[in-house]
Design a protein around this ligand. Structure first.
Ligand code: ADP
Ligand code: MG
Length: 238
């Protein structure tokens, strides 16, 4: 049973046809990685799912609800960006609780959720600081915490590690995967790094020029690449 269904998705920016007919069924609890060269449409597709871009045609169904034209804020999805997109003047606590305050969640429930997420992300000592007082890795954990407190149906990650240095990237990658498992989450994770894709994914979706070239487990892609593009892309050193 599909939890999130992408049905013949197309996206045009003026005369540029960026997403050219994408069909995909994602199961609840899956860790899906979108991979492919720069410019192939990974971020655009994620933004369409999140409702941050208008879809040209096609449909999106999440947990039995048609969300194709639903405003972003009502979709029950949380996106974690490469750039963190934190409010620089607000404390970590206020950044993490922002969406819950907007949703008028009771104060003590907000505190419980933020403190729990901060504990999971080792951010408890930093709740009163502002993002500019934190390292890059800590900032990215705040961005993840902000997504977690909303308990979304699906987490959307757009190259969340690309602003971190190599050592931190490995650790944070492992941490994101652990959280996904601990939360019983459903996640879509975009990267152009095939090593990241192969180590994180339950299933990898390989894109080229706005189309899916192949969907499969990391092992399936290694053993039976559908074509030369997939074989070369998966085989390339990072
Ligand atoms: P990726 O994330 O795989 O690197 P993107 O989804 O960012 O690729 O971009 C796919 C294509 O869509 C690129 O050619 C990019 O220039 C184009 N594109 C993305 N956003 C816009 C936009 N807002 N307006 C026009 N073209 C866009
Ligand atoms: Mg991108």
């Amino acid at each position: 049973m599909a939890y999130l269904q992408l049905k013949n998705i197309h996206k045009r920016f003026d005369d540029v046809h960026v997403i050219r007919g994408v069909d995909l069924d994602i199961r609840q609890g899956e860790f899906i990685v979108f991979v492919g060269p720069s410019g192939c449409g990974k971020s655009t597709l994620l933004r369409l799912i999140a409702g941050l871009e208008h879809i040209t045609s096609g449909g999106l169904v999440l947990d039995g609800r048609d969300i194709t034209h639903m405003p972003s804020g009502q979709r029950d999805l949380a996106m974690v960006f490469q750039s963190y997109a934190l409010y620089p003047h607000m404390s970590v606590y206020d950044n993490m609780s922002f969406a819950l305050r907007l949703a008028k969640v009771p104060k003590d429930e907000i505190r419980r959720k933020v403190e729990h997420a901060a504990d999971q992300l080792r951010l408890t000592p930093y709740l009163r600081r502002t993002p500019r007082e934190l390292s890059g890795g800590q900032r990215q954990r705040v961005a993840i915490g902000r997504a977690i407190v909303r308990a979304p149906k699906v987490f959307l990650f757009d190259e969340p590690l690309s602003n971190l240095d190599a050592a931190l990237r490995g650790n944070t990658r492992v941490e994101i995967h652990k959280l996904h498992v601990a939360l019983g989450a459903t996640s879509i994770y975009v990267t152009h790094d095939q090593v990241e894709a192969m180590t994180l994914a339950d299933r990898v979706v390989v894109f080229k020029d706005g189309l899916i070239e192949q969907v499969g487990t990391p092992l399936e892609l290694y053993d039976r690449p559908a074509n030369r593009f997939v074989a070369q892309f998966i085989g390339m050193p990072s």
